[in-house]
Design a protein around this ligand. Structure first.
Ligand SMILES: C[S@@+](CC[C@H](N)C(=O)[O-])C[C@H]1O[C@@H](n2cnc3c(N)ncnc32)[C@H](O)[C@@H]1O
Length: 273
């Protein structure tokens, strides 16, 4: 159903000013995209409002961890002033990664995770980290040259401001970018894009969205990770998630190899030589 633009603007404003989301500064493009999509599936204002609330919750809420970013940003500046050793920096990063579900699960196999990636794709000079959350705190575990460009994308502004301070302190060639990677697919050409633990959720937001994203990225390698087990750790998701990736690239002249690192399935998709 077609809804009046005034209603769409009102719902966007309400979400932007709501207690739940106002500090996050979610891009307007994200909110508009969800509303446009849900409008096509709604027959009344009430239905649109319900679907919008639910969809936004599913995208944002499961990963709203209890991190006070302004406090952590000050802590980061203090750490930088102490000129930490590599071991101290790693230990600082591990502590923060343990506060976010996706990166916490990766802590037991961080070394293996990044070694598996560089063994498969070599050492990249430019990396896009899509829907990054706190992944970039894993940078101390990747052997990269000082000149490597690292561009981290997310829609959560306070997290990005924190990450930009981390980059300014320790990785001056890295940038944190506030951008919805589905509505505004990054145009920067790169050796590889990391897309960790989000493809299954993106597909829920927009069926077929991963294919559009993968097609649009100007990268040689796409490195996608997905959980090998369900959250409780009882059921294998290997077949389910492998099928998702195979369907996403079906009919494309791209080369796919897979690997397992800890509890994460890794898909290496080579788009070109
Ligand atoms: C499951 S976590 C990502 C996990 C992270 N890549 C890792 O492996 O540790 C989801 C993150 O993706 C971000 N996100 C979700 N949809 C996004 C989109 N369309 N564009 C950019 N960031 C997005 C969320 O804000 C959140 O920080």
């Amino acid at each position: 159903m077609n809804f009046d633009q005034t209603l769409i603007d009102t719902l966007i404003e309400e979400a932007q000013n709501s207690r739940k989301y106002r500090d996050l500064d979610i891009p307007r493009a994200t909110l508009l995209d969800i509303l446009t999509h849900e409008s096509q599936r709604s027959n009344s204002r009430k239905e649109l409002e319900d679907k919008f609330r639910k969809s936004l919750h599913n995208i944002i809420a499961p990963y709203l961890e209890d991190i006070n970013y302004p406090v952590e940003t000050v802590a980061l500046k203090n750490l930088h002033d102490q000129n930490p050793s590599e071991a101290d920096l790693k230990s600082w990063c591990k502590k923060r990664m343990s506060l976010h579900a996706s990166s916490r699960e990766r802590l037991p196999y961080l070394d293996t995770f990044y070694q598996t990636i560089t063994a498969a794709i070599g050492t990249p000079n430019t990396i896009l980290d899509l829907a990054c959350a706190l992944d970039p705190l894993g940078l101390p575990w990747i052997s990269l040259s000082q000149s490597t460009r690292f561009l981290a994308y997310d829609i959560h502004k306070p997290r990005l401001l924190f990450l930009q301070t981390f980059f300014n302190s320790f990785y001056p060639n890295a940038s944190a970018i506030h951008q919805d990677i589905l509505t505004d697919i990054p145009t920067q050409s790169a050796d590889c894009a990391f897309f960790f633990k989000e493809a299954h959720r993106l597909e829920k937001r927009r069926p077929g969205g991963n294919r559009v994203l993968f097609e649009g990225l100007d990268v040689k390698w796409l490195v996608v990770s997905l959980p090998a087990k369900d959250l409780a750790g009882h059921h294998s998701l290997q077949d389910y998630h492998s099928t998702l990736i195979q369907k996403t690239i079906q009919g494309k002249p791209w080369h796919l190899t897979t690997s397992l690192a800890g509890d994460e399935l890794l898909f290496f998709i080579q788009k070109h030589d």
